[in-house]
Design a protein around this ligand. Structure first.
Ligand SMILES: *[C@@H]1O[C@H](CO)[C@@H](O)[C@H](O)[C@H]1NC(C)=O
Ligand SMILES: *[C@@H]1O[C@H](CO)[C@@H](O)[C@H](O)[C@H]1NC(C)=O
Ligand SMILES: *[C@@H]1O[C@H](CO)[C@@H](O)[C@H](O)[C@H]1NC(C)=O
Ligand SMILES: *[C@@H]1O[C@H](CO)[C@@H](O)[C@H](O)[C@H]1NC(C)=O
Ligand SMILES: *[C@@H]1O[C@H](CO)[C@@H](O)[C@H](O)[C@H]1NC(C)=O
Ligand SMILES: *[C@@H]1O[C@H](CO)[C@@H](O)[C@H](O)[C@H]1NC(C)=O
Ligand SMILES: *[C@@H]1O[C@H](CO)[C@@H](O)[C@H](O)[C@H]1NC(C)=O
Ligand SMILES: [Cu+2]
Length: 603
């Protein structure tokens, strides 16, 4: 009862946040080195932060006012429980939004809180700036205290627009598949930033890597960070001197400022240069920003760059391995899987000379119909075959425990992201040998000693030539993408599609069972060339009554017919047995009264 009341109150307090977002081009120079065209919202860049409370509803009327591009929005880390059609990736859960069109995203956030973000899921479009933070405030008391919440994003940054980069990347003239090298990194979408703090204050810093490619190290000189949240999951408080974030990962950290204001400190973000195939001289891998206690005091000089300086700096940091974190709620290890998906990941050229990425020899190619819409419209939606050979689709049954093993046979690091869920990281290997990658072997005692309380998050980095083993419960019907969040690799096909419990997704079951058409216009006609307007054979109302035939008269006729029939039956009965004739008379009078009440003249 109490639970019901609490739920009722929560529902009553839940707010609806409505946004009108136009995707628009703006010009910007966030790194102070080159002006370029960026994609903003309503003429502004950086794009707005969305901040809501748990249980709230979010409605975004999203209009594509870019004249030459399709677009979409994905809300990274949101489960979209009951609203899989709001997840955003084009050709997976929706069609691309063409120029001029408005698509309304409308969903609730009932079951999660923390640091999320939203970004375009059309090609590599978020590299052009269409990326922002999405914060869901917890509606219950937190287990930790802070005085002030501060948001922070880091990212890599390109001076060229993504469609142009894509053309140069996916060609036979790039036979090694070398990823585009960013020109810079950004800190809160700028550089050389200063963050003015109060002394003796505890800040909750919500940090997102909104970059497209490179992981980053982050640290404040002479200040500890206490990790309390990762990808929306409360984490057993863990003190570190630095953090390491792959693209799409988030951490919330507590930072206690010093009591004294006699000094300012460097706040440094560092691109993981090991991910880059080549290192341009001019690329600033190490970028300095500042924590300012006293504006009248000098800022320490920026840290210098250079190959050896990177190695030296990184060697001095101790960011925790994400596998060694644990959830604050001590989430227990899921039982042995009902279904295991082993994904061997390789990169190779195909006949067109382009380098593609493969899971088990299949490179993801988008279908002609968004996969979720195939679920909606096919009577055979539980059969993987309808989803095609190149969407790399796996069927998940309701409430199964799913295990995904990614064996990375590539010498790069890759952050894998699952839509619609977070997952337990039950095993994660260190970097392997390029000639002899470390393959997950469940019979190897070194690898099947899973933690009792594994780390949970929605994006995990698999190390070069290493593996990760992930588990989750298939408790969220939908079509969910699982892919590398380095969008260059996603564009190379590094994705699979999970079709989860399709029989429980809004669908046309009763139509199939009843043999009722579910596609077409009112006449069940559809197709090109105006056949949508062909209504021949539609269901229609009966022809009108003959002229002079009024509704009253029609009613009188029915009742009179009834009286006549009743009379015949009565006479028949009368003749058969000893019935009181008064009964018959009374009934006939009742019928006359009904007729009079309806204005029919009777004698
Ligand atoms: C940051 O500092 C560098 C080096 O001093 C300078 O070239 C660049 O323009 C600055 N960028 C911004 C956005 O302040
Ligand atoms: C979005 O663009 C349309 C026309 O393209 C304009 O009418 C509307 O006012 C714009 N909305 C906002 C919020 O800027
Ligand atoms: C937008 O999407 C449609 C449908 O997939 C496609 O035909 C068209 O080429 C896309 N436009 C751009 C500019 O990518
Ligand atoms: C980052 O930018 C946001 C808003 O643009 C601001 O509220 C926040 O304080 C900035 N973070 C830091 C660490 O400066
Ligand atoms: C810092 O805060 C603590 C309690 O939060 C207080 O006891 C202490 O006196 C403060 N120090 C200064 C210098 O304000
Ligand atoms: C993955 O690679 C390993 C090692 O080559 C092999 O034993 C295994 O069968 C492969 N799995 C799949 C699904 O291809
Ligand atoms: C993938 O292709 C390689 C080489 O062509 C082959 O050896 C391997 O068996 C294939 N694996 C699968 C799962 O088809
Ligand atoms: Cu990747």
């Amino acid at each position: 009862m109490l639970a019901a009341i609490v739920l009722f109150i929560a529902a009553a307090l839940a707010q609806t946040h409505t946004f009108h977002f136009n995707a628009t081009y703006v010009h910007g120079n966030p790194d102070g080195m080159a002006t370029r065209r960026l994609i903003g919202i309503n003429g502004q860049w950086p794009i707005p932060t969305i901040k809501v409370k748990k249980n709230d509803r979010v409605i975004i009327h999203y209009t594509n006012t870019l004249e030459d591009r399709n677009t979409s929005l994905h809300f990274h880390g949101l489960f979209q429980r009951g609203s899989p059609h709001m997840d955003g990736p084009e050709m997976v859960t929706q069609c691309p939004i063409p120029p001029g069109l408005t698509f309304t995203y409308n969903f609730e956030v009932p079951d999660q809180a923390g640091t999320y973000w939203y970004h375009s899921h059309s090609g590599a479009q978020y590299a052009d700036g269409l990326r922002g933070m999405f914060i869901i405030e917890e509606d219950e008391p937190l287990s930790y205290h802070y005085d002030e919440e501060v948001l922070l994003s880091v990212s890599d940054y390109y001076h060229t627009e993504s469609p142009i980069i894509m053309k140069q990347f996916l060609t036979r003239f790039n036979p090694t598949g070398a990823e585009p090298i960013p020109q810079n990194s950004l800190f809160n979408e700028t550089k050389n930033a200063t963050w003015t703090v109060q002394p003796n204050t505890t800040y909750l810093l919500r940090i997102v890597n909104m970059g497209l490619f490179t992981s980053q190290y982050l640290f404040i000189e002479d200040h500890d960070m206490v990790i309390v949240e990762a990808d929306g999951v409360p984490i057993e408080p863990t003190t570190v001197d630095s953090i390491y974030l792959s693209v799409a990962q988030r951490y919330s950290v507590l930072i206690k400022t010093k009591e004294s204001t006699n000094k300012n400190f460097r706040f440094v973000n560092v691109i993981d240069q090991e991910m880059l195939d080549l290192l341009p001289e001019e690329l600033q891998v190490i970028s300095t920003n500042w924590v300012v206690y006293d504006e009248s005091k000098e800022l320490p000089l920026p840290l210098k760059n250079g190959k050896n300086l990177f190695d030296k700096l990184v060697a001095s940091l101790n960011p925790i391995n994400e596998f060694d974190l644990t959830t604050a709620d001590k989430v227990p290890l899921l039982p042995d899987p009902d279904y295991q998906i082993v994904l061997n990941f390789t990169m190779d050229q195909l006949g067109d000379g382009v380098t593609y990425a493969f899971f088990n020899n299949i490179t993801y190619v988008a279908p002609k119909v968004p996969t979720l819409y195939s679920v909606y419209s096919s009577p055979d939606r539980t059969d993987a075959r309808i989803y095609g050979s190149n969407t790399n689709t796996y069927m998940l049954q309701s409430d199964e425990v799913i295990e995904i093993v990614v064996n990375n046979m590539d010498p790069g690091k890759h952050p894998f992201h699952l839509h619609g869920h977070n997952f337990q990281i039950v095993a994660k290997s260190a970097e392997g040998d390029e000639e002899n990658p470390t393959i997950y072997d469940p019979t190897n005692p070194e690898w099947n000693n899973f933690p009792e309380h594994p780390m949970v998050r929605d994006t995990v980095q698999v190390e070069a030539n290493g593996f990760v083993v992930l588990r989750f419960k298939a408790d969220n019907p939908g079509v969910w993408f699982f892919h590398c969040h380095v969008d260059w690799h996603l564009e190379q096909g590094l994705a699979i599609t999970l079709v989860e419990a399709p029989e429980s997704i809004l669908h046309f079951d009763s139509c199939y069972a009843a043999g009722v058409p579910y596609v077409g216009n009112a006449a069940a006609r559809h197709g090109p060339d105006g056949r949508w307007f062909d209504l021949s054979g539609e269901n229609k109302q009966p022809a009108p009554l003959p002229e002079g035939f009024t509704l009253k008269g029609y009613f009188a006729m029915i009742v009179c017919t009834f009286v006549a029939i009743f009379g015949v039956i009565s006479i028949y009965k009368y003749g058969m047995e000893d019935v009181n004739s008064e009964d018959v008379e009374a009934t006939v009078h009742k019928l006359y009264k009904i007729l009079r009440d309806h204005g029919v003249e009777v004698n």
